[in-house]
Design a protein around this ligand. Structure first.
Ligand SMILES: Nc1ncnc2c1ncn2[C@@H]1O[C@H](COP(=O)(O)OP(=O)(O)OP(=O)(O)O)[C@@H](O)[C@H]1O
Length: 226
């Protein structure tokens, strides 16, 4: 049985201007080593939920705790630090910085928490190779396809071995073989070093590596029979 304390979400509520309720009374517990997939119709609020879990957006009510630490009790500096050190985030729009090389982009999470630039370079290089982009580290985002950018984003989210991985449609731009390759990285992070992962997805292959598949509704997350 997984330890339910890595990510706990209690009575979370969020509305957007309209006003329209995206969700209310949302509860979730994700243990170390557990992978949860979240599905739901377009516009239902999956990306908004992920942003709240990462402390990038505020809920209207409820609480999110990572390893027992609630975002609500932290100032902006402490929030940023928790996010940098403990979370790896794959954004739907990737957000690869155009003025840094790909290797520098991937090394960024390490550079922000450790002064050892040489070690960060080595780890970034290895991570790029792991997503099938070995030898491309000196290139820039402008030269990459959507699927390649997505893989750089995944390498950057995993390089600092975060306790919590949050990924928004992480295989949306990938062919099935490449998708399987990156999904193995998520699965390895969970099984080998006890990371917890929340993956927003429409893909059956991604749902297949998850321990639970949940559907987002206005009443919260509903477990899907498998
Ligand atoms: N700041 C905002 N102002 C108004 N509406 C917003 C705001 N932020 C989000 N929304 C709306 O909230 C809804 C949920 O958006 P969100 O991106 O979370 O959905 P999603 O489930 O991830 O969708 P998709 O699967 O298409 O990516 C959308 O209808 C969006 O237009």
């Amino acid at each position: 049985m997984a330890d339910p304390s890595l990510l706990t979400v209690c009575a979370l509520a969020k509305s957007v201007p309209g006003p329209r309720l995206l969700f209310g009374g949302l509860n979730l517990a994700v243990g170390a080593g557990e992978i949860v997939a979240i599905t739901g119709e377009s516009g239902v609020g999956k990306s908004t939920l992920l942003n709240i879990l990462a402390g990038l957006d505020d809920a209207d009510g409820g609480e999110v705790a990572i390893e027992g630490i609630t975002f609500g009790g932290l100032d902006e500096t402490a929030r940023t630090r928790l996010r940098r050190e403990r979370i790896g985030f794959v954004f739907q729009a990737f957000h690869i910085l155009p003025y840094l090389t790909l290797q520098q982009n991937v090394a960024l999470p390490l550079a922000l928490v450790s002064p050892d630039a040489a070690a960060a370079r080595v780890e970034a290089k290895a991570m790029l190779a792991a997503v099938g982009l070995g030898g491309r580290g000196e290139g820039y985002a402008r030269d990459l396809s959507g699927g390649e950018l997505q893989r750089v984003a995944i390498a950057r989210a995993l390089v600092h071995r975060p306790a919590l991985i949050l990924a928004d449609e992480p295989t949306g731009n990938l062919d099935s073989e490449t998708a399987l390759r990156v999904l193995t990285l998520f699965a390895d992070a969970a099984r080998e070093r006890g990371a917890a992962a929340v993956l927003v997805t429409h893909s059956d292959a991604t749902a297949a590596i998850a321990d639970r598949v949940l559907t987002l509704t206005t009443e919260g997350l509903v477990e899907r029979a498998r």
